[in-house]
Design a binder for this molecule. Structure first.
Ligand SMILES: NC(=O)c1ccc[n+]([C@@H]2O[C@H](COP(=O)([O-])OP(=O)(O)OC[C@H]3O[C@@H](n4cnc5c(N)ncnc54)[C@H](O)[C@@H]3O)[C@@H](O)[C@H]2O)c1
Ligand SMILES: O=C(O)C(=O)C[C@]1(C(=O)O)C=C[C@@H](O)C=C1
Length: 308
């Protein structure tokens, strides 16, 4: 048997993402010991029932004591408090990473607490579902999906290579990016779609009285697709909105302008404009699907999600 990649891995936060990582670590035997820590007694108990770790503690400080790799998987607004709690207890040489959906704000919250004796390498796996909590996770979530690392300039290259190998072993393709660029890209490909979904489902709900409950009764598949995204965790998405404010507002401004232009085309019966836009966007969908086939976009993941 091959030696594990890390002797001890501490998982701080054991929801959808933390528990999926735990399941992969176990399946691929990447750690000698998995230590699980989370905020509430109930979640910790559930993690234990699911057998996600080898040791369990409510204290993040206690969890990281011997860890060679620490993965913080909590809502981005909680990152600073976790960093403050664990900082003094980290083992010199440990790699500290996270999975937060925003990077600039996580770095601003965590970096000031962390000593130079540890390697802080923020990360973000671009994989997930609308479900949350330890029951929602599954092995293979990250297979065929991108994971973006945003190591600060001057980060030890060997540590970056170890973390890269970890994600690659989970089946991800790994890219490095600066945090500002990450936050702009994710604002358009992930954050805006969720905000638009929350908004349209909210509008439809407000219209319920006007339409005499027909919105839910006749909900067509287009609307149902939006409801999946709009069912995503409120705490996580509140934090994403508050912690990627500038990039989201910038993308929302562009979006609103383009929506106004679409509105004008409909008002003035500009069929050519509508047809051209819809043709262009259809091509994007097709290229994503094609790329998905090439990179083994996990069909199994979709099934797992649909069953939940
Ligand atoms: N859900 C997704 O699709 C997805 C995808 C990629 C990255 N992420 C990011 O991963 C992180 C975790 O998301 P998730 O989907 O696993 O969420 P989740 O709600 O399933 O799990 C969150 C975990 O954090 C713990 N927690 C919550 N508030 C806390 C606090 N104040 N202090 C300490 N611990 C706290 C919870 O007990 C739980 O263990 C977030 O930063 C999110 O932005 C989520
Ligand atoms: O597929 C979904 O349900 C997701 O919301 C996953 C998703 C995304 O937007 O793609 C959500 C947030 C992330 O940080 C990464 C992935």
């Amino acid at each position: 048997m091959m030696a594990p990649q890390f002797e001890t891995i501490a998982l701080i936060g054991i929801g959808l993402i933390g528990s999926s990582i735990a399941r992969d670590i176990r399946e691929k035997q990447l750690a000698g010991t998995i230590v699980v820590s989370t905020r509430t007694e109930a979640t910790l108990k559930r993690a234990e029932q699911l057998g996600l770790g080898d040791r369990y503690t409510l204290s993040a400080a206690e969890a990281v004591k011997n860890a060679d790799l620490v993965v913080v998987s909590v809502p981005v607004g909680a990152s600073g408090a976790i960093a403050a709690e664990i900082a003094a207890h980290l083992k010199p040489g440990a790699i500290v990473t996270d999975v937060g959906s925003t990077k600039g704000s996580v770095i601003a919250q965590m970096a000031p607490h962390l000593a130079k004796t540890v390697h802080f390498i923020p990360g973000h796996p671009i994989a997930g579902t609308e479900h949350s909590g330890p029951d929602a996770g599954f092995a293979g979530l990250f297979r065929g999906r991108w994971c973006i690392l945003t190591p600060p300039p001057g980060t030890d290259e060997e540590a970056v290579a170890r973390l890269r190998l970890f994600w690659e072993t989970l089946g991800s393709m790994v890219d490095e990016m600066d945090p500002e660029h990450h936050d702009k890209v994710l604002a358009i490909v992930s954050h805006l779609p969720h905000i638009i979904a929350y908004n349209i489902v909210g509008t439809a709900d407000d219209l319920e009285t006007v339409t005499e409950s027909e919105v839910i009764k006749y909900s067509a598949s287009g609307f149902r697709d939006f409801t999946r995204l709009a069912a995503s965790d409120p705490t996580m998405w509140r934090d994403v909105c508050l912690h990627n404010k500038d990039a989201i507002l910038e993308m929302l401004a562009r979006f609103s302008e383009d929506l106004a232009s679409l509105q004008r085309a409909i008002r003035w019966g500009d069929g050519d404009k509508l047809f051209d836009l819809f043709t262009r966007t259809r091509a994007i969908r097709r290229s994503i699907i094609q790329a998905g086939q090439d990179t083994a976009m996990p069909d199994f993941g979709r099934h797992a999600m649909d069953q939940k």
